[in-house]
Design a protein around this ligand. Structure first.
Ligand code: FE2
Ligand code: FE2
Length: 465
C-alpha cells in the first residue's frame, strides 16, 4: 500500500521522511488500540461511512461501505493563509507562529494533549453502544462519530509528532495508554471518565460534550500557532455532525415521549419520561461546563496573552484583540453568599467561552421545546443554571439548586434524585435498550429521524450485519 493509502493527508507527508517514519511507527499501535477499545463486536461489518478525503467545502467527504479498521484516518489541515498573523494577545499583529515558540512550548503541548486525550476517550466511553442501537441509522451515526474521533486523535498526534520532537512522541504514545474510567490511568478530563453506556447518555454526550469540543476547537482555530489553527478549523466541519447526532437524537426522544404522553403513562408504554430526559440533560450539561475550566484562571490569561487560545470567533466578533484593560464581573461565593467580583478580562476568558457555549445549548433546548409543543405537550425542558452540580472552578465545593441558588449540602443530597439520574433512572433507561437492527425499524422509545444520511432514506441498510 502506498503512503497516501495508509495515511491520507494534505500535508506533504511523503516529503518529510522523519515525520513519516514516526507516524508509521505509531499507526500499528493506534490500530491495536482501535481493535481493543473501539466499537465492540462490529469491527468486521460493512458500515456506510463518510471518509474525509480533502478539506474543500464541496466534496471533502466520500461515502461508502467500509469496515471500521480499514477506515482511512487521515491528516487534513485547512490551507495556509500567506499573511496569517497572531490574531490576539500581546503579540497581536505579528506573523503567525509556524514553529512552536520556545517560551510557549509547554503550554502548547499541554493544550494539544488535553484536546487530543478527549478524542480516544469518547470512543472508549461509547464502545458498547452498538449492541443496543435503536436502529441501523443510529448505529451508523455512532460509528461515524467514533471513526471521526479517531481521526481527531490523528490530527493532534500529527502536531505532537511534527512539532514537539521526542516529548511529542512520548505524549502521542501516552494518548493510547490512558483509558476512560480506569482509576489507575484515567483520561485527563472528568467528563471523559463518566460512563456513556446507554443511548440517552450518548445523545446527551454528543449534544453537550461534543459541543464543548466545538467551542474549544473554535478557540484553538484562532490560535497564533498556525498548524494548530488550521487543524482545528477542519476538525470543526466533522464536529458539526456529532452535535447533529446529539441534538436530533434528544429531539427524537422528546418527540416520542410526547407522543406516548398523549396515549397514557409513558413508562407503561415503554418510553422515557420527560423528567428522566431532564436529569440526563442536567448531568451532561453540568459536566460539560466543567470542561471550560475555572471561572477565574491564570492559564486562560497566559494562553490568551501568548496568542495560543483565542475567544470564540475572535477575528469575526471582536475589534479589540488584546483584552488588556477590560473587566469582567461574575458572581462568586464569599462568606457563604453570592457576591459580584470584578476580574481582569483575560482571567475570565474561560467564563466568556462558557457563556458562548451556554447560548448555543439554549438553542437546542428551544428546538426540543418546539418539538414538545408540536406534539401537543405543555411540558418543557430547560438548562439548569451553570452553577448547578459543578466540579471545577468557583462553584465546585458549593452546592446549588438547578436555579443557581446556593443551598446546603444536606439539602442538595436530599433533593439530588430530583435533578440527577438516580440508579433506578439509569436502570430503567438501560432496561429499554434492546437492539433494533432490522432495516427501516426503530425502537419504541425514540421517533425516527426526519431524513436519512446524505440523501439515503431512513430505510437503508446503513450497517450490513
Ligand atoms: Fe473530536
Ligand atoms: Fe466529536
Amino acid at each position: 500500500m502506498n503512503l497516501y493509502d495508509r495515511i491520507p493527508n494534505n500535508v506533504n507527508l511523503s516529503e518529510d521522511k522523519k515525520l513519516q517514519r514516526a507516524l508509521e511507527k505509531w499507526l500499528p499501535n493506534y490500530l491495536d488500540w482501535w481493535r481493543e477499545m473501539g466499537p465492540d463486536g462490529f469491527q468486521e461489518k460493512d458500515v456506510w461511512l463518510r471518509t474525509a478525503v480533502d478539506v474543500g467545502s464541496e466534496g471533502w467527504a466520500h461515502f461508502d461501505y467500509v469496515k471500521m479498521p480499514d477506515y482511512r484516518w487521515g491528516i487534513f489541515l485547512e490551507p495556509a493563509k500567506p499573511d496569517a498573523i497572531v490574531g490576539f494577545g500581546d503579540n497581536y499583529g505579528r506573523p503567525a507562529y509556524q514553529e512552536v515558540p520556545g517560551e510557549f512550548r509547554n503550554s502548547l503541548r499541554r493544550i494539544i494533549v488535553t484536546q487530543g486525550d478527549t478524542e480516544p476517550a469518547s470512543v472508549e466511553q461509547q464502545r458498547q453502544l452498538g449492541k443496543t442501537c435503536p436502529s441501523l441509522y443510529d448505529m451508523r451515526n455512532l460509528f461515524q462519530v467514533n471513526v471521526e474521533e479517531g481521526r481527531h486523535l490523528w490530527a493532534m498526534v500529527y502536531l505532537l509528532h511534527g512539532y514537539f520532537g521526542r516529548d511529542g512522541r512520548d505524549e502521542a504514545d501516552a494518548l493510547l495508554e490512558r483509558r476512560s474510567g480506569n482509576p489507575d490511568k484515567p483520561r485527563i478530563l472528568e467528563a471523559f471518565n463518566q460512563p456513556c453506556d446507554d443511548w440517552l447518555n450518548f445523545f446527551a454526550f454528543t449534544m453537550f460534550t461534543d459541543r464543548d469540543g466545538k467551542y474549544q476547537l473554535s478557540a484553538l482555530a484562532e490560535s497564533g500557532f498556525e498548524p494548530l489553527a488550521r487543524t482545528c478549523q477542519f476538525m470543526l466541519t466533522e464536529e458539526a455532525h456529532h452535535m447533529f447526532v446529539g441534538d436530533t437524537g434528544l429531539g427524537r426522544v422528546a418527540r416520542r415521549t410526547a407522543q406516548l404522553m398523549r396515549e397514557g403513562d409513558v413508562r407503561a408504554l415503554g418510553g422515557i419520561p420527560l423528567d428522566i430526559i431532564q436529569k440526563y440533560i442536567n448531568f451532561w450539561f453540568s459536566y460539560s461546563l466543567d470542561l471550560f475550566g475555572g471561572e477565574i484562571s491564570s492559564n486562560s490569561a497566559d494562553f490568551f496573552a501568548a496568542g495560543l487560545k483565542g475567544r470564540y470567533q475572535e477575528a469575526k466578533q471582536y475589534t479589540e484583540h488584546t483584552a488588556a484593560n477590560e473587566i469582567f464581573t461574575m458572581e462568586v461565593v464569599e462568606d457563604g453568599q453570592l457576591k459580584p467580583r470584578e476580574v481582569p478580562m483575560r482571567n475570565a476568558l474561560n467564563e466568556v467561552l462558557r457563556g458562548e457555549y451556554v447560548k448555543d445549548c439554549e438553542k437546542g433546548l428551544a428546538r426540543w421545546n418546539k418539538v414538545l409543543a408540536d406534539e401537543g405537550s405543555h411540558e418543557r425542558l430547560y438548562l439548569p443554571h451553570p452553577r448547578f452540580h459543578r466540579h471545577v472552578g468557583e462553584y465546585a465545593g458549593h452546592t446549588f439548586d438547578v436555579h443557581g441558588n446556593l443551598i446546603s449540602r444536606e439539602e442538595f443530597e436530599k433533593r439530588k434524585a430530583e435533578w440527577l439520574p438516580s440508579m433506578e433512572d439509569r436502570e430503567y433507561v438501560r432496561s429499554l435498550m434492546h437492539p433494533v437492527t432490522e432495516v427501516g425499524k426503530i425502537a419504541n422509545w425514540i421517533a425516527p429521524p426526519a431524513a436519512g444520511i446524505k440523501g439515503k432514506p431512513f430505510e437503508f441498510e446503513y450497517v450490513r450485519l
